[in-house]
Design a protein around this ligand. Structure first.
Ligand code: ADP
Length: 495
């Protein structure tokens, strides 16, 4: 199948400019970067590359809107209505948003139009519902000397929230960071990844259409070490929420630490899928395969350490091989494709490097492996059998490379699952509720999927432990992280 055989949808690109206080502007120094289609190598757009001066302007605009504008003073119900309108506009615009993501980073158009984009809309709708329910608590206190005391808390917005997002789910992850922040009355500056910026620019256009005031949602497109670093280290920002690599996360942590601002870091994972002998394999196999190959494995929550009980390991390997061999790797816009491209050449080289390392370290290559390079950056779904000490079982590859590892006992499965520097999520497959409970309790991760795999739900917290980062987004905890709780003690004389 080649790109020439398919007709791509026609869609408009947003203006490839910074979005500051409602204005669309180029970078102050005129810098741009090139966004390229990973399936064809064609240039998609020359996008404004923000520098320090532009980031300053965006933060100033967000600060001005927060201090003097209407958003933080708008009532919760009104903020909720605006975010609900935005959710509806995102749904109505799903085809354009999905096409922008497919053309810039090779995600299957179908998965984006039916998955990422509706989920992004759902995140806005979910937090729209919270906008008028942000509350503290109240209680009577013991007397203090002659005074009676009453205490209460209020939750107030932080101010300016900086969101630095990755390329793999650009609109969705922007929505996870923006929806609770805006619901709580904050303003924001978003720095999307250079490989997939356009859907975030489109999101900002839709926010304006939804009636969200200028300056509430600013976008600084640009290079990570320039625009991203300027935003993460900016003194005018009250919170940084970052999703990306551990190396960049470390540097953001050091900036943020100096100023005591709030920080959420989601730094990926190397999730185990624990498959016990009593799992319903027929029901489990599609989830286990999807956890490896969905979006070409370019997912923080991917479950690429497949831990299988020795009595079922051959069936699990066969199931993964069947999924890998039936995958149709092709143009992201082609309805026949079940896997699109890898985001860029560097990432494909990295995946190939891991395949070499698996082979040279003695893992058994069951299927897949490196693929001959053609026009697009396509990777082959690959299955290894090996052990947990292999580099392919220790590093987050961000590609469709599964490593199947055997175990004999529940204790051994849990030990291997926890033997990693990451701690984002895990999957457990078993029909035995007691086993499920005791295993879930012992896994050192932020999220466990039982008998399935999927996308975080906006109603539940998402975030990791250890090398997978700090803090939580989504859920009540995520919303609380976008507010400060202020305590008030009221003294009064008794009658
Ligand atoms: P990935 O490996 O997934 O591309 P990165 O951590 O490099 O992950 O990128 C995630 C986001 O962080 C992107 O928006 C990127 O531009 C940004 N980024 C990269 N380097 C820096 C940096 N030094 N400071 C702040 N943000 C950065």
């Amino acid at each position: 199948m080649t790109t020439a055989d398919i007709t791509r949808p026609v869609f408009d690109l947003p203006e490839p400019l910074l979005r500051i206080g409602g204005a669309r502007v180029g970078a102050a120094d005129g810098a741009t970067y090139t966004s390229t289609d990973p399936a064809t190598g064609e240039v998609v757009a020359e996008i404004a590359a923000a520098g320090q001066e532009d980031v300053d302007a965006a933060v100033r605009s967000a600060r001005h809107q927060f201090e003097h504008g209407e958003w933080s003073r708008t009532s919760g119900p009104e903020r909720g209505k605006a975010l609900t309108r935005l959710a509806a506009l995102i749904e109505a615009d799903a085809e354009t948003l999905a096409a922008l993501e497919a053309v810039e980073m090779g995600k299957l158009y179908r998965d984006s139009v039916g998955g990422d984009i509706p989920c992004a809309a759902e995140a806005f709708r979910h937090f729209a519902g919270w906008a008028d329910k942000i509350s503290g608590s109240a209680m009577s206190l013991p007397n203090f000397g002659p005074q009676q005391r009453f205490g209460y808390t209020v939750r107030q917005p932080l101010g300016v929230v900086a969101a630095i997002t990755p390329w793999n789910n650009p609109a969705l992850i922007a929505a996870w960071k923006l929806a609770p922040a805006l619901a709580a009355g904050n303003t924001a500056v978003v720095k999307p990844a250079e490989d997939a910026s356009l859907s975030t620019l489109r999101l900002a256009e839709l926010a304006s259409e939804a009636g969200i005031p200028d300056g509430v949602l600013n976008v600084v497109t640009g290079l990570g070490p320039v625009a991203g670093a300027a935003l993460a280290g900016h003194g005018g920002v009250d919170k940084v929420s970052f999703t990306g690599s551990p190396t960049v996360g470390q540097s953001i942590r050091s900036f943020a630490g100096e100023s005591f601002r709030k920080l959420v870091l989601e730094l990926g994972g190397k999730a185990p899928q624990l498959i016990f002998e009593d799992a319903d394999l027929e029901a489990a196999m599609p989830w286990i395969s999807m956890g490896n190959f969905y979006h070409q494995g370019q997912v923080c929550a991917a479950g690429t350490r497949v831990l299988a009980h020795e009595s079922v390991i051959d069936q699990v390997v066969d199931g993964l091989v069947a999924a890998a061999e039936s995958a149709v790797v092709g143009d992201p816009f082609d309805d026949r494709s079940t896997m699109g491209t890898i985001v860029n050449a560097k990432q494909l080289d990295r995946i190939d490097g891991y395949i070499d390392s698996g082979i040279s370290e003695g893992a058994q290559l069951i299927c897949g492996g490196k693929r001959e390079r053609g026009a697009g950056f396509y990777a082959q779904p690959t299955v290894f059998r090996g052990t947990n000490d292999l580099t392919i079982a220790r590093d987050e590859i961000f590609g469709p490379v599964a490593t199947v590892i055997g175990f004999r006992t529940t204790e051994e499965a849990v030990r291997i699952a926890n033997d990693t520097r990451y701690g984002l999520n895990a999957m457990v497959y078993s029909q035995n509720i007691s086993r499920v409970h005791s295993v879930v309790e012992k896994l050192r991760v932020g999220t466990v999927w039982v008998n399935g795999w999927g996308v975080p739900d906006p109603a539940l917290p998402w975030g990791g432990r250890a090398g997978s980062g700090i803090g939580r987004e989504l859920g009540r905890s995520g919303l609380d992280g976008d507010t400060e709780e202020k305590t008030v003690h009221i003294g009064f004389d008794s009658m």
